[in-house]
Design a protein. Structure first.
Length: 215
């Protein structure tokens, strides 16, 4: 089987998902400041969770707990994205395929539609190819169109392997202390905001997010 077909195989994705679940059970996990946005969601509000590409591995196992909310996540249309999308699907997340470089318009429309319906989605702010630590405008556009609060999330581990990749992607080492920390909810711009106002909110989100970026 070719590498491309392997990455697209749901059987392979299921195996990877099970391995991640088993591996992640070794983590000593702490979750901080989750209640405010969960209460907002329970009261009929909408939430867009915002994270960096480098940190999403640490979130996979715990984020299965949100599957009853019908959450959505945008994933690129690349072969690697196919594997990630299948893994996310097995954890109970609906994946919308597209990115800023390919299929972004229809994907944005779909994730806004689903966010309005279910109330919960997540967005990888600098994926799939960076640059690292720069918030692309997609998150703000999703939030404003869906009327959703933007919620930063940061993942950290006291022992980890850091890859020599564009984003310094990391995987916590077995039995490490892993912390998932949510920031305060950030309101979206008002509908009809001009470009300066949209940029102001994008930069505000970026400033909050960079507090948890591992450089």
């Amino acid at each position: 089987m070719s590498t491309k077909k392997l990455l697209q195989s749901k059987k392979f994705a299921r195996l990877i998902y099970k391995c991640i679940r088993l591996y992640s059970k070794t983590f000593r996990l702490s979750v901080i400041n989750e209640k405010p946005w969960r209460d907002h969601l329970a009261n009929g509000g909408r939430v867009l969770i915002c994270t960096w590409h480098q940190q999403f591995f640490s979130l996979i196992r715990y984020y299965q707990t949100y599957k009853t909310c019908g959450p959505s996540l945008m994933i690129s249309q690349s072969a690697d994205g196919e594997l990630i999308a299948n893994v996310a699907n097995f954890s109970g997340w609906y994946t919308v395929r597209g990115s800023s470089t390919r299929g972004g318009g229809p994907a944005l429309e779909e994730i806004v539609k689903r966010l309005k319906k279910t109330g919960l989605a997540a967005h990888i702010l600098d994926g799939p190819k960076g640059p690292a630590g720069i918030v692309k405008p997609g998150a703000v556009h999703i939030a404003i169109r869906a009327g959703a609060m933007m919620v930063p999330v940061y993942a950290e581990a006291d022992a980890k392997w850091i890859f020599n990749s564009w984003d310094r992607f990391f995987i916590p080492k077995p039995f490490s202390n892993v912390t998932i920390r949510y920031g305060d909810m950030l309101p979206p711009p008002a509908p009809g905001s001009d470009l300066d106002e949209l940029e102001k909110h994008r930069k505000c989100l970026e400033n909050f997010m960079q507090q948890g970026l591992i450089i």
